[in-house]
Ligand binder design. Structure first.
Ligand SMILES: Cc1cc2nc3c(=O)[nH]c(=O)nc-3n(C[C@H](O)[C@H](O)[C@H](O)COP(=O)(O)OP(=O)(O)OC[C@H]3O[C@@H](n4cnc5c(N)ncnc54)[C@H](O)[C@@H]3O)c2cc1C
Length: 481
Protein backbone atom coordinates (compact mmCIF):
# COMPACT_ATOMS: atom_id res chain seq x y z
CA UNK A 1 0.00 0.00 0.00
CA UNK A 2 1.29 3.47 -0.88
CA UNK A 3 1.38 6.06 1.86
CA UNK A 4 2.11 9.68 0.92
CA UNK A 5 3.21 12.31 3.39
CA UNK A 6 4.08 14.98 0.83
CA UNK A 7 1.84 18.01 1.62
CA UNK A 8 1.42 18.80 -2.10
CA UNK A 9 -0.34 15.43 -2.50
CA UNK A 10 -2.17 15.59 0.82
CA UNK A 11 -3.58 19.05 -0.04
CA UNK A 12 -6.20 17.75 -2.47
CA UNK A 13 -7.70 15.51 0.25
CA UNK A 14 -8.28 18.43 2.61
CA UNK A 15 -11.54 19.47 0.96
CA UNK A 16 -14.77 18.32 -0.56
CA UNK A 17 -17.54 20.37 -2.17
CA UNK A 18 -18.78 21.80 1.14
CA UNK A 19 -16.34 24.71 1.20
CA UNK A 20 -15.31 23.64 4.72
CA UNK A 21 -11.82 25.00 5.30
CA UNK A 22 -8.96 24.13 7.64
CA UNK A 23 -8.60 20.41 6.88
CA UNK A 24 -5.29 18.83 7.87
CA UNK A 25 -3.73 15.36 7.88
CA UNK A 26 -0.29 13.78 8.28
CA UNK A 27 -0.62 11.20 5.55
CA UNK A 28 -2.84 9.74 2.83
CA UNK A 29 -2.94 5.96 2.44
CA UNK A 30 -3.95 4.31 -0.85
CA UNK A 31 -4.98 0.70 -0.13
CA UNK A 32 -5.15 -1.71 -3.05
CA UNK A 33 -6.98 -4.50 -1.25
CA UNK A 34 -9.17 -5.22 1.75
CA UNK A 35 -6.14 -6.75 3.48
CA UNK A 36 -4.32 -3.41 3.17
CA UNK A 37 -7.28 -1.73 4.88
CA UNK A 38 -7.42 -4.31 7.67
CA UNK A 39 -3.72 -3.85 8.46
CA UNK A 40 -3.91 -0.08 8.24
CA UNK A 41 -6.93 0.20 10.54
CA UNK A 42 -5.50 -2.24 13.12
CA UNK A 43 -2.41 -0.06 13.41
CA UNK A 44 -4.41 3.17 13.52
CA UNK A 45 -6.68 1.76 16.26
CA UNK A 46 -3.66 0.70 18.26
CA UNK A 47 -2.15 4.21 17.95
CA UNK A 48 -5.60 5.91 18.23
CA UNK A 49 -4.84 7.81 15.04
CA UNK A 50 -7.98 9.38 13.54
CA UNK A 51 -8.85 8.06 10.06
CA UNK A 52 -11.01 9.89 7.54
CA UNK A 53 -12.28 7.77 4.66
CA UNK A 54 -12.09 9.57 1.32
CA UNK A 55 -14.35 8.84 -1.62
CA UNK A 56 -14.40 11.12 -4.66
CA UNK A 57 -14.78 14.22 -2.47
CA UNK A 58 -18.05 15.40 -4.02
CA UNK A 59 -19.77 15.42 -0.63
CA UNK A 60 -21.25 18.77 0.38
CA UNK A 61 -21.22 18.47 4.18
CA UNK A 62 -17.51 18.08 4.97
CA UNK A 63 -17.61 14.34 5.76
CA UNK A 64 -14.32 13.61 4.05
CA UNK A 65 -12.49 16.73 5.29
CA UNK A 66 -9.98 15.50 7.92
CA UNK A 67 -8.96 17.39 11.04
CA UNK A 68 -5.79 15.47 11.86
CA UNK A 69 -4.54 11.90 11.54
CA UNK A 70 -4.71 9.90 8.30
CA UNK A 71 -6.81 9.89 5.17
CA UNK A 72 -7.71 6.52 3.67
CA UNK A 73 -8.37 7.10 -0.03
CA UNK A 74 -10.17 4.32 -1.87
CA UNK A 75 -9.22 5.50 -5.34
CA UNK A 76 -7.19 2.37 -6.13
CA UNK A 77 -10.10 0.10 -5.21
CA UNK A 78 -11.94 0.98 -8.37
CA UNK A 79 -12.87 -2.23 -10.14
CA UNK A 80 -16.23 -3.51 -11.29
CA UNK A 81 -15.82 -7.11 -10.14
CA UNK A 82 -18.85 -8.65 -11.81
CA UNK A 83 -22.16 -7.93 -13.48
CA UNK A 84 -24.41 -10.99 -13.62
CA UNK A 85 -27.91 -11.70 -14.85
CA UNK A 86 -29.71 -14.70 -13.33
CA UNK A 87 -32.00 -17.03 -15.25
CA UNK A 88 -35.01 -15.23 -13.69
CA UNK A 89 -33.76 -11.95 -15.20
CA UNK A 90 -32.63 -10.39 -11.91
CA UNK A 91 -29.26 -8.68 -12.21
CA UNK A 92 -26.56 -7.52 -9.83
CA UNK A 93 -23.25 -5.70 -9.99
CA UNK A 94 -20.42 -6.30 -7.53
CA UNK A 95 -18.14 -3.31 -7.26
CA UNK A 96 -15.29 -1.92 -5.24
CA UNK A 97 -16.02 1.40 -3.48
CA UNK A 98 -13.93 3.56 -5.84
CA UNK A 99 -16.05 2.83 -8.95
CA UNK A 100 -17.82 6.00 -10.04
CA UNK A 101 -21.57 6.24 -10.57
CA UNK A 102 -20.90 7.05 -14.21
CA UNK A 103 -18.66 3.99 -14.74
CA UNK A 104 -21.26 1.67 -13.22
CA UNK A 105 -24.08 3.20 -15.25
CA UNK A 106 -22.11 2.85 -18.49
CA UNK A 107 -21.03 -0.74 -17.76
CA UNK A 108 -24.61 -1.71 -16.85
CA UNK A 109 -26.03 -0.05 -19.98
CA UNK A 110 -23.67 -2.14 -22.17
CA UNK A 111 -25.54 -5.20 -20.82
CA UNK A 112 -28.99 -3.67 -21.30
CA UNK A 113 -29.22 -2.87 -17.57
CA UNK A 114 -29.36 0.21 -15.42
CA UNK A 115 -28.25 1.24 -11.95
CA UNK A 116 -31.32 3.21 -10.81
CA UNK A 117 -29.98 5.59 -8.11
CA UNK A 118 -29.39 8.82 -9.89
CA UNK A 119 -27.42 11.41 -7.92
CA UNK A 120 -26.76 14.50 -10.01
CA UNK A 121 -23.00 14.24 -9.44
CA UNK A 122 -21.94 11.18 -11.40
CA UNK A 123 -18.25 11.47 -10.63
CA UNK A 124 -19.11 10.44 -7.03
CA UNK A 125 -18.12 6.87 -6.16
CA UNK A 126 -20.47 4.06 -5.24
CA UNK A 127 -18.74 3.72 -1.83
CA UNK A 128 -19.46 7.40 -1.12
CA UNK A 129 -23.02 7.02 -2.39
CA UNK A 130 -23.65 4.07 -0.05
CA UNK A 131 -21.96 5.88 2.86
CA UNK A 132 -24.29 8.88 2.35
CA UNK A 133 -27.35 6.99 1.04
CA UNK A 134 -27.28 9.28 -1.98
CA UNK A 135 -30.27 9.81 -4.21
CA UNK A 136 -31.12 12.25 -6.95
CA UNK A 137 -33.73 13.46 -9.36
CA UNK A 138 -34.97 10.00 -10.34
CA UNK A 139 -35.18 9.10 -6.68
CA UNK A 140 -38.76 10.29 -7.17
CA UNK A 141 -39.48 7.02 -8.99
CA UNK A 142 -36.65 4.74 -7.87
CA UNK A 143 -35.85 5.79 -4.31
CA UNK A 144 -32.37 6.21 -2.77
CA UNK A 145 -29.20 4.09 -2.98
CA UNK A 146 -30.36 2.08 0.08
CA UNK A 147 -33.09 0.40 -1.98
CA UNK A 148 -30.53 -1.23 -4.28
CA UNK A 149 -27.83 -2.44 -1.85
CA UNK A 150 -28.03 -6.21 -1.45
CA UNK A 151 -24.69 -6.95 0.22
CA UNK A 152 -21.80 -5.05 1.79
CA UNK A 153 -18.36 -5.93 3.05
CA UNK A 154 -17.25 -3.55 5.78
CA UNK A 155 -13.93 -3.40 7.64
CA UNK A 156 -14.28 -2.16 11.23
CA UNK A 157 -11.54 -0.19 12.97
CA UNK A 158 -10.51 -3.37 14.84
CA UNK A 159 -9.76 -5.02 11.50
CA UNK A 160 -12.83 -7.27 11.78
CA UNK A 161 -14.63 -7.80 8.47
CA UNK A 162 -18.42 -7.91 8.37
CA UNK A 163 -20.10 -9.38 5.31
CA UNK A 164 -23.75 -8.41 5.49
CA UNK A 165 -26.43 -9.67 3.12
CA UNK A 166 -29.78 -7.92 3.10
CA UNK A 167 -32.15 -10.03 5.17
CA UNK A 168 -29.34 -11.75 7.10
CA UNK A 169 -29.75 -9.86 10.40
CA UNK A 170 -33.08 -8.26 11.27
CA UNK A 171 -33.60 -6.46 14.58
CA UNK A 172 -36.44 -7.52 16.85
CA UNK A 173 -37.74 -4.52 18.72
CA UNK A 174 -34.37 -2.79 17.97
CA UNK A 175 -32.26 -5.71 19.29
CA UNK A 176 -29.70 -7.30 16.97
CA UNK A 177 -28.25 -10.72 17.80
CA UNK A 178 -25.11 -11.23 15.73
CA UNK A 179 -22.67 -14.12 16.23
CA UNK A 180 -20.09 -11.59 17.46
CA UNK A 181 -22.32 -9.25 19.51
CA UNK A 182 -25.81 -8.48 20.72
CA UNK A 183 -26.70 -4.82 20.68
CA UNK A 184 -29.52 -2.33 20.49
CA UNK A 185 -30.02 -0.35 17.26
CA UNK A 186 -30.33 3.44 17.57
CA UNK A 187 -33.72 4.30 19.02
CA UNK A 188 -35.31 7.47 17.75
CA UNK A 189 -38.17 8.21 15.47
CA UNK A 190 -37.30 9.12 11.89
CA UNK A 191 -39.82 10.81 9.60
CA UNK A 192 -41.43 8.46 7.10
CA UNK A 193 -40.21 10.40 4.09
CA UNK A 194 -36.95 10.50 2.11
CA UNK A 195 -34.22 10.82 4.77
CA UNK A 196 -30.41 10.70 5.04
CA UNK A 197 -30.00 12.23 8.50
CA UNK A 198 -28.38 10.15 11.23
CA UNK A 199 -28.03 6.38 11.43
CA UNK A 200 -31.03 4.48 10.14
CA UNK A 201 -33.41 3.38 12.87
CA UNK A 202 -36.52 1.19 12.95
CA UNK A 203 -37.66 -1.51 15.38
CA UNK A 204 -37.38 -4.23 12.72
CA UNK A 205 -34.48 -2.77 10.74
CA UNK A 206 -31.96 -4.72 8.67
CA UNK A 207 -28.33 -4.51 9.84
CA UNK A 208 -27.21 -3.55 6.32
CA UNK A 209 -29.22 -0.33 6.67
CA UNK A 210 -27.11 0.77 9.64
CA UNK A 211 -24.02 0.78 7.41
CA UNK A 212 -25.80 2.62 4.56
CA UNK A 213 -25.74 6.33 5.42
CA UNK A 214 -23.11 5.97 8.18
CA UNK A 215 -20.87 8.61 6.48
CA UNK A 216 -17.60 6.79 7.21
CA UNK A 217 -18.12 6.66 10.99
CA UNK A 218 -18.71 2.92 11.52
CA UNK A 219 -16.44 1.13 9.05
CA UNK A 220 -14.82 1.15 5.62
CA UNK A 221 -17.11 -0.20 2.90
CA UNK A 222 -14.85 -2.37 0.75
CA UNK A 223 -17.25 -4.24 -1.53
CA UNK A 224 -20.80 -3.52 -2.63
CA UNK A 225 -23.38 -5.67 -4.37
CA UNK A 226 -26.19 -3.69 -5.94
CA UNK A 227 -29.33 -4.63 -7.77
CA UNK A 228 -29.62 -3.58 -11.41
CA UNK A 229 -32.83 -3.23 -13.42
CA UNK A 230 -33.54 -3.67 -17.13
CA UNK A 231 -32.67 -0.50 -19.04
CA UNK A 232 -35.71 1.77 -19.18
CA UNK A 233 -37.79 2.36 -22.27
CA UNK A 234 -37.86 5.58 -24.18
CA UNK A 235 -38.03 8.71 -22.09
CA UNK A 236 -39.82 11.99 -22.68
CA UNK A 237 -38.49 15.02 -20.85
CA UNK A 238 -39.13 18.71 -20.70
CA UNK A 239 -38.30 21.96 -19.01
CA UNK A 240 -41.29 24.24 -18.53
CA UNK A 241 -41.11 27.85 -17.40
CA UNK A 242 -43.68 29.74 -15.31
CA UNK A 243 -44.32 33.41 -14.67
CA UNK A 244 -44.72 32.80 -10.97
CA UNK A 245 -43.44 30.23 -8.56
CA UNK A 246 -46.77 29.14 -7.12
CA UNK A 247 -48.01 28.15 -10.62
CA UNK A 248 -45.02 25.79 -10.91
CA UNK A 249 -45.83 24.25 -7.50
CA UNK A 250 -49.45 23.70 -8.60
CA UNK A 251 -48.25 22.07 -11.81
CA UNK A 252 -46.14 19.54 -9.87
CA UNK A 253 -48.95 18.86 -7.46
CA UNK A 254 -51.39 18.00 -10.27
CA UNK A 255 -48.78 16.14 -12.37
CA UNK A 256 -47.83 13.97 -9.40
CA UNK A 257 -51.30 12.45 -9.29
CA UNK A 258 -51.92 12.41 -13.06
CA UNK A 259 -48.64 11.01 -14.48
CA UNK A 260 -46.20 8.30 -13.36
CA UNK A 261 -43.15 10.53 -13.78
CA UNK A 262 -39.48 9.67 -13.31
CA UNK A 263 -38.56 13.03 -11.81
CA UNK A 264 -39.60 16.60 -11.09
CA UNK A 265 -36.85 19.20 -10.49
CA UNK A 266 -37.47 22.78 -9.43
CA UNK A 267 -35.65 26.04 -10.24
CA UNK A 268 -36.69 29.25 -8.47
CA UNK A 269 -36.24 32.74 -9.93
CA UNK A 270 -32.77 33.17 -8.43
CA UNK A 271 -31.68 29.81 -9.84
CA UNK A 272 -32.85 30.93 -13.28
CA UNK A 273 -31.04 34.25 -12.85
CA UNK A 274 -27.77 32.37 -12.27
CA UNK A 275 -28.37 29.99 -15.18
CA UNK A 276 -29.19 32.83 -17.60
CA UNK A 277 -25.46 33.65 -17.70
CA UNK A 278 -24.94 30.38 -19.63
CA UNK A 279 -28.45 29.84 -21.02
CA UNK A 280 -29.56 33.22 -22.43
CA UNK A 281 -32.61 31.65 -24.11
CA UNK A 282 -34.39 31.18 -20.76
CA UNK A 283 -37.53 33.32 -21.27
CA UNK A 284 -37.00 36.73 -19.62
CA UNK A 285 -40.39 36.65 -17.86
CA UNK A 286 -39.80 33.21 -16.32
CA UNK A 287 -39.76 33.24 -12.52
CA UNK A 288 -39.63 29.45 -12.02
CA UNK A 289 -39.03 26.27 -14.01
CA UNK A 290 -39.71 22.55 -13.67
CA UNK A 291 -37.63 19.83 -15.33
CA UNK A 292 -39.66 16.63 -15.66
CA UNK A 293 -39.08 13.17 -17.13
CA UNK A 294 -41.23 10.14 -17.83
CA UNK A 295 -40.37 6.74 -19.30
CA UNK A 296 -42.88 5.55 -21.89
CA UNK A 297 -43.36 2.87 -24.57
CA UNK A 298 -42.23 4.25 -27.92
CA UNK A 299 -45.78 3.77 -29.26
CA UNK A 300 -47.23 5.89 -26.43
CA UNK A 301 -44.87 8.84 -26.82
CA UNK A 302 -47.29 11.16 -28.66
CA UNK A 303 -50.01 10.47 -26.15
CA UNK A 304 -47.63 11.17 -23.22
CA UNK A 305 -46.47 14.43 -24.81
CA UNK A 306 -50.08 15.53 -25.23
CA UNK A 307 -50.81 14.74 -21.59
CA UNK A 308 -47.91 16.90 -20.41
CA UNK A 309 -48.94 19.81 -22.65
CA UNK A 310 -52.51 19.69 -21.34
CA UNK A 311 -51.31 19.77 -17.74
CA UNK A 312 -48.87 22.57 -18.48
CA UNK A 313 -51.53 24.68 -20.13
CA UNK A 314 -53.97 24.13 -17.27
CA UNK A 315 -51.31 25.27 -14.83
CA UNK A 316 -50.30 28.43 -16.72
CA UNK A 317 -46.86 27.43 -17.96
CA UNK A 318 -45.32 29.80 -20.54
CA UNK A 319 -46.59 27.72 -23.47
CA UNK A 320 -44.44 29.22 -26.24
CA UNK A 321 -41.22 28.47 -24.36
CA UNK A 322 -41.42 24.82 -23.34
CA UNK A 323 -38.30 22.77 -24.02
CA UNK A 324 -39.55 19.26 -24.75
CA UNK A 325 -37.82 16.24 -26.25
CA UNK A 326 -38.06 12.50 -26.75
CA UNK A 327 -34.47 12.42 -28.00
CA UNK A 328 -31.80 11.04 -25.65
CA UNK A 329 -29.10 13.51 -26.77
CA UNK A 330 -31.33 16.55 -26.20
CA UNK A 331 -32.43 15.17 -22.86
CA UNK A 332 -28.79 14.98 -21.82
CA UNK A 333 -28.64 18.75 -22.44
CA UNK A 334 -31.62 19.19 -20.07
CA UNK A 335 -29.77 17.16 -17.45
CA UNK A 336 -26.67 19.30 -17.95
CA UNK A 337 -28.85 22.37 -17.38
CA UNK A 338 -29.93 20.86 -14.06
CA UNK A 339 -26.38 19.85 -13.11
CA UNK A 340 -24.99 23.28 -14.03
CA UNK A 341 -26.83 24.86 -11.10
CA UNK A 342 -25.07 23.22 -8.10
CA UNK A 343 -21.81 23.65 -10.00
CA UNK A 344 -22.43 27.39 -10.36
CA UNK A 345 -23.28 27.55 -6.67
CA UNK A 346 -20.01 25.79 -5.82
CA UNK A 347 -18.08 28.31 -7.95
CA UNK A 348 -19.61 31.18 -5.95
CA UNK A 349 -18.78 29.35 -2.70
CA UNK A 350 -15.14 29.12 -3.80
CA UNK A 351 -15.04 32.82 -4.72
CA UNK A 352 -16.66 33.86 -1.43
CA UNK A 353 -14.26 31.62 0.53
CA UNK A 354 -17.08 30.87 2.93
CA UNK A 355 -19.15 27.66 2.94
CA UNK A 356 -22.63 27.93 1.51
CA UNK A 357 -25.38 27.25 3.98
CA UNK A 358 -27.48 24.79 2.02
CA UNK A 359 -30.62 23.14 3.28
CA UNK A 360 -31.39 19.57 2.37
CA UNK A 361 -34.79 19.62 4.05
CA UNK A 362 -37.71 17.46 2.89
CA UNK A 363 -41.23 17.64 4.25
CA UNK A 364 -44.39 15.58 3.68
CA UNK A 365 -46.39 16.76 0.62
CA UNK A 366 -49.17 18.23 2.77
CA UNK A 367 -46.61 20.57 4.40
CA UNK A 368 -44.85 21.70 1.24
CA UNK A 369 -46.56 25.08 0.76
CA UNK A 370 -46.05 25.95 4.45
CA UNK A 371 -42.36 25.16 4.09
CA UNK A 372 -42.05 27.30 0.95
CA UNK A 373 -43.62 30.24 2.78
CA UNK A 374 -41.22 29.70 5.67
CA UNK A 375 -38.24 29.84 3.25
CA UNK A 376 -39.42 32.99 1.54
CA UNK A 377 -40.25 34.87 4.72
CA UNK A 378 -36.90 34.00 6.28
CA UNK A 379 -34.73 34.68 3.22
CA UNK A 380 -36.36 37.83 1.91
CA UNK A 381 -36.11 39.43 5.36
CA UNK A 382 -32.42 38.48 5.62
CA UNK A 383 -31.26 40.37 2.51
CA UNK A 384 -28.68 37.66 1.76
CA UNK A 385 -28.08 36.02 -1.62
CA UNK A 386 -30.02 32.75 -1.87
CA UNK A 387 -31.61 30.37 -4.34
CA UNK A 388 -33.91 27.36 -4.08
CA UNK A 389 -33.84 24.34 -6.38
CA UNK A 390 -34.09 20.55 -6.35
CA UNK A 391 -36.26 17.54 -6.04
CA UNK A 392 -39.72 19.05 -5.80
CA UNK A 393 -41.41 15.72 -6.62
CA UNK A 394 -40.39 14.52 -3.15
CA UNK A 395 -40.92 17.96 -1.54
CA UNK A 396 -37.16 18.04 -1.06
CA UNK A 397 -35.54 21.32 -2.06
CA UNK A 398 -32.06 22.72 -1.61
CA UNK A 399 -32.29 26.29 -0.36
CA UNK A 400 -28.78 27.68 -0.63
CA UNK A 401 -27.70 30.83 1.19
CA UNK A 402 -24.40 32.21 -0.13
CA UNK A 403 -22.83 34.29 2.66
CA UNK A 404 -20.30 36.90 1.63
CA UNK A 405 -19.00 37.78 5.08
CA UNK A 406 -18.41 35.99 8.35
CA UNK A 407 -21.36 37.93 9.83
CA UNK A 408 -23.62 36.71 7.03
CA UNK A 409 -22.36 33.18 7.56
CA UNK A 410 -23.25 33.30 11.26
CA UNK A 411 -26.64 34.84 10.47
CA UNK A 412 -27.38 32.21 7.83
CA UNK A 413 -26.64 29.36 10.27
CA UNK A 414 -29.17 30.89 12.66
CA UNK A 415 -31.66 31.12 9.81
CA UNK A 416 -31.02 27.50 8.92
CA UNK A 417 -31.77 26.41 12.47
CA UNK A 418 -35.03 28.35 12.35
CA UNK A 419 -35.98 26.58 9.10
CA UNK A 420 -34.99 23.15 10.37
CA UNK A 421 -37.10 23.70 13.47
CA UNK A 422 -40.05 24.59 11.25
CA UNK A 423 -39.43 21.54 9.01
CA UNK A 424 -39.32 19.23 12.03
CA UNK A 425 -42.61 20.72 13.30
CA UNK A 426 -44.06 19.95 9.85
CA UNK A 427 -42.93 16.29 10.04
CA UNK A 428 -39.83 16.80 7.87
CA UNK A 429 -36.15 15.91 7.90
CA UNK A 430 -33.02 18.06 8.15
CA UNK A 431 -31.28 16.01 5.46
CA UNK A 432 -32.95 14.01 2.73
CA UNK A 433 -29.82 13.13 0.72
CA UNK A 434 -26.54 14.87 1.61
CA UNK A 435 -26.11 13.60 5.16
CA UNK A 436 -24.93 15.51 8.20
CA UNK A 437 -21.15 15.58 7.79
CA UNK A 438 -19.33 18.12 9.93
CA UNK A 439 -21.61 21.06 9.20
CA UNK A 440 -25.02 19.96 10.41
CA UNK A 441 -24.70 18.47 13.94
CA UNK A 442 -26.78 21.25 15.36
CA UNK A 443 -29.53 20.66 12.86
CA UNK A 444 -29.55 16.91 13.43
CA UNK A 445 -29.90 17.59 17.15
CA UNK A 446 -32.92 19.79 16.41
CA UNK A 447 -34.46 16.73 14.74
CA UNK A 448 -33.55 13.81 17.03
CA UNK A 449 -32.78 15.67 20.27
CA UNK A 450 -29.80 15.31 22.59
CA UNK A 451 -30.92 11.79 23.49
CA UNK A 452 -30.82 10.86 19.80
CA UNK A 453 -27.27 12.24 19.41
CA UNK A 454 -26.22 10.10 22.37
CA UNK A 455 -27.81 7.08 20.70
CA UNK A 456 -25.58 7.66 17.67
CA UNK A 457 -22.51 7.92 19.91
CA UNK A 458 -23.49 4.70 21.70
CA UNK A 459 -23.88 2.75 18.45
CA UNK A 460 -20.69 4.19 16.95
CA UNK A 461 -18.71 2.96 19.94
CA UNK A 462 -20.02 -0.58 19.45
CA UNK A 463 -18.45 -0.80 15.98
CA UNK A 464 -15.58 1.65 16.41
CA UNK A 465 -14.56 1.31 20.08
CA UNK A 466 -11.22 3.01 19.37
CA UNK A 467 -13.25 6.03 18.14
CA UNK A 468 -10.96 6.78 15.20
CA UNK A 469 -13.27 6.75 12.17
CA UNK A 470 -14.81 9.87 10.67
CA UNK A 471 -14.41 11.99 13.80
CA UNK A 472 -16.77 14.98 14.05
CA UNK A 473 -18.89 13.56 11.26
CA UNK A 474 -22.61 13.16 12.12
CA UNK A 475 -21.93 13.91 15.82
CA UNK A 476 -19.32 16.09 17.55
CA UNK A 477 -16.45 13.96 18.85
CA UNK A 478 -16.98 15.47 22.32
CA UNK A 479 -19.99 13.15 22.58
CA UNK A 480 -17.69 10.13 22.28
CA UNK A 481 -15.86 10.85 25.54
C1 LIG B 1 -22.62 19.29 -8.20
C2 LIG B 1 -23.05 18.30 -7.14
C3 LIG B 1 -24.30 17.69 -7.23
C4 LIG B 1 -24.69 16.76 -6.26
N1 LIG B 1 -25.91 16.15 -6.38
C5 LIG B 1 -26.29 15.21 -5.48
C6 LIG B 1 -27.55 14.54 -5.62
O1 LIG B 1 -28.31 14.76 -6.54
N2 LIG B 1 -27.86 13.61 -4.69
C7 LIG B 1 -27.03 13.31 -3.64
O2 LIG B 1 -27.38 12.44 -2.83
N3 LIG B 1 -25.85 13.93 -3.49
C8 LIG B 1 -25.45 14.86 -4.38
N4 LIG B 1 -24.24 15.49 -4.24
C9 LIG B 1 -23.39 15.17 -3.08
C10 LIG B 1 -22.39 14.02 -3.31
O3 LIG B 1 -22.18 13.75 -4.67
C11 LIG B 1 -22.85 12.76 -2.57
O4 LIG B 1 -22.91 13.01 -1.18
C12 LIG B 1 -21.96 11.54 -2.82
O5 LIG B 1 -22.60 10.38 -2.30
C13 LIG B 1 -20.56 11.63 -2.21
O6 LIG B 1 -19.77 10.59 -2.77
P1 LIG B 1 -18.18 10.73 -2.81
O7 LIG B 1 -17.62 9.49 -3.41
O8 LIG B 1 -17.78 11.98 -3.45
O9 LIG B 1 -17.86 10.74 -1.24
P2 LIG B 1 -16.97 11.74 -0.37
O10 LIG B 1 -17.43 13.13 -0.52
O11 LIG B 1 -15.55 11.47 -0.60
O12 LIG B 1 -17.37 11.20 1.09
C14 LIG B 1 -18.66 11.37 1.60
C15 LIG B 1 -18.75 10.66 2.96
O13 LIG B 1 -18.75 9.25 2.78
C16 LIG B 1 -17.66 8.64 3.49
N5 LIG B 1 -17.17 7.55 2.66
C17 LIG B 1 -16.77 7.64 1.36
N6 LIG B 1 -16.44 6.42 0.91
C18 LIG B 1 -16.64 5.54 1.92
C19 LIG B 1 -16.45 4.14 2.06
N7 LIG B 1 -16.03 3.37 1.05
N8 LIG B 1 -16.72 3.57 3.27
C20 LIG B 1 -17.20 4.32 4.29
N9 LIG B 1 -17.37 5.65 4.21
C21 LIG B 1 -17.10 6.26 3.04
C22 LIG B 1 -16.66 9.76 3.72
O14 LIG B 1 -15.86 9.53 4.85
C23 LIG B 1 -17.58 10.97 3.88
O15 LIG B 1 -18.07 11.06 5.20
C24 LIG B 1 -23.82 16.44 -5.19
C25 LIG B 1 -22.56 17.04 -5.12
C26 LIG B 1 -22.18 17.95 -6.08
C27 LIG B 1 -20.81 18.56 -5.98
Amino acid sequence: MHIKTDQSIIASYMEDHSGLLGGKADRVAFPESEVDIINFLRQAAQDTTPVTIAGAGTGVTGGRVPFGGSVLSLERMNRILDITVDSDGSAVAIVQPGVSVDELKIAAAKKGLMYPPDPTERSAWIGGNVATNASGSRGYKYGPTRNYVKRLRVVLSSGEVLEIYRGMYIAQDYIFKLPSRTFQAPRYRLPKIKNAAGYFSAPDMDLIDLFIGQEGTLGVITEIEVQLLPLGQQCVAGIAFFENESASWRFVSSARTAIAALSFEYFDRYSLALLREDYPHIPPRAQAAIFFEQDVDAAATDCAVQEWYTLLETNNAIMDAIWFSANAREQEIFREFRHALPEKVNQIVKQNRLPKVGTDIAVPPESFIDMMHAYHEAFEASGMQYLIFGHIGECHLHANILPKTQEEFTASRALYLQLVTRAVQLGGTVSAEHGIGKLKHLFLEAMIGTAGMKEIARVKKIFDPACILGLDTIIPSALLK
